[in-house]
Ligand binder design. Structure first.
Ligand SMILES: [Zn+2]
Length: 406
């Protein structure tokens, strides 16, 4: 099992400066490598203007080419030579990932933005891809050795288990954190309860279970979002490059972080409780990405050049709620907890779970009277709509289990 640990680090004043310099050198490298790719790309497009449509779009400069130049760069630029070679390769790989996803999206017909240069406030971490290579975790001393920075003290609030694979230093506001990604972390199986549950994630409630538990969306999210919007408006009024603007940006970042932390804590709490009580958790296979995708323009066949309403504003509202609830994050936390506890999570087809009557299986859009009310058109069964859906999800999960056992 894989697991990541995040600890606050307590650098000395000198180490704090060195960490900043290390980050800055990596950012310089990232931006320089991006510049090289941009130049090569422009030359390629100038040579063949149909670069995109005629050829399979491919980076004219790739990771291998850039990584091969590292030794020379380190000889010529003393600022770069201080830092670990492997961490510099990791930075180049990060850029390569940005390009791969750019080209993937171009290929699938989207129009993504070309990878952008990273300003200082957008570049916040350095990765050492292997423990012992330019960075070393020293658990007995609660310290981490980082090449060019030294032995930095770490506030280790829990035992690190398994084998440390990668080491990452991350700047958050004025603080630094250490992220250790570990392999071979032992499971801690919980005692079997014999219980199985269906879980419906919703907009009105964060989730509803087939046992009739309703978990509300946390209210702080709205309050925090309001405070965040205020801070963003203040930021927008500040003059570019001014000290006030920098301070306002810190405020925005702090408030954003606060909302994100509260949401994550909430997700952990809910996931822990579910995993403790149930052996098998059945959830909808919600392609959040699909739901959040922008609505396509719908041409009006009667009036060429005109467009019909496409529900875009409704989707934007839904997007907001979906993002607020952060289902994707919750799912990954739930899955991690499930794995750790030796439980099972099952995904079932989400189609019609909210429109099917749990009593008589009648499917009808009219069954759902409102956001909360379900009344079957055929048998008259009445229930809370989310609970009816959660029971259908549980039913689909049970059917899958039976099929697997057969
Ligand atoms: Zn019915």
């Amino acid at each position: 099992m894989r697991r990541a640990y995040k600890f606050r680090v307590r650098p000395t004043a000198r180490q704090h400066v060195a960490l900043g310099q290390c980050l800055e050198a990596q950012r310089t490298l990232y931006n320089a490598a991006l510049q090289e790719r941009r130049d090569a790309y422009e030359v390629a497009v100038r040579r063949s203007p149909n670069y995109f449509s005629t050829q399979r779009p491919k980076a004219p400069v790739n990771y291998g080419l850039q990584s091969a130049q590292l030794s020379e760069i380190r000889e010529l630029v003393p600022d770069q030579a201080t830092w670990s070679f492997s961490s510099q390769q990791a930075t180049l790989r990060e850029l390569n990932k940005a390009f791969e996803s750019f080209f993937r999206r171009v290929k699938s017909g989207e129009t993504p933005g070309y990878p952008r240069f990273k300003p200082a406030h957008r570049f916040d971490s350095v990765l050492w891809p292997k423990d012992g290579d330019g960075a070393k975790w020293i658990p007995e001393a609660s310290r981490v050795y980082l090449q060019g920075i030294g032995h930095v003290k770490v506030t280790q609030h829990r035992q690190v288990e398994g084998r440390v694979k990668t080491i990452q230093a991350k700047r958050v506001g004025r603080h630094w954190y250490l992220i250790l990604s570990c392999d071979d972390v032992a499971q801690k199986p919980l005692e079997h309860t014999g219980a199985i549950i269906g879980i419906d994630v919703g907009v009105a409630n964060f989730l509803t279970t087939s046992d009739g538990d309703f978990v509300d969306n946390p209210r702080y999210s709205r309050v925090g979002a309001g405070r965040l919007t205020n801070a963003q408006q203040v930021l927008a009024r500040k003059q570019r490059g001014s000290k006030n603007r920098r301070l306002a940006r810190e405020t925005v970042a702090n408030r954003y972080r606060k909302v994100a932390n509260q949401r994550r804590d909430f997700h952990y709490k809910v996931a822990r409780r579910l995993v403790k009580e149930y052996d098998v958790l059945v959830v909808e296979d919600l392609k959040v990405a699909n739901m959040t995708r922008r609505a396509k323009a719908k041409p009006d066949p009667e009036n060429p050049g005109q467009f019909l309403p496409n529900g875009a504003s409704a989707k934007t509202g839904l997007n907001r709620s979906i993002n607020d609830a952060g289902w994707a994050q919750f799912r990954s936390i739930l899955e991690a907890k499930v794995e750790e506890a030796g439980r099972t999570v099952m995904s079932v087809d989400p189609r019609n779970t909210s429109l099917t009557c749990h009593e008589c299986s009648h499917v009808d859009a009219g069954n759902r009277v409102s956001q909360a009310e379900f009344r079957c058109k055929r048998c008259g069964h009445e229930a809370h709509a989310d609970m009816n859906a959660a029971r259908n999800i549980l039913g689909a999960g049970l059917a899958l289990l039976v099929a697997q056992a057969a």
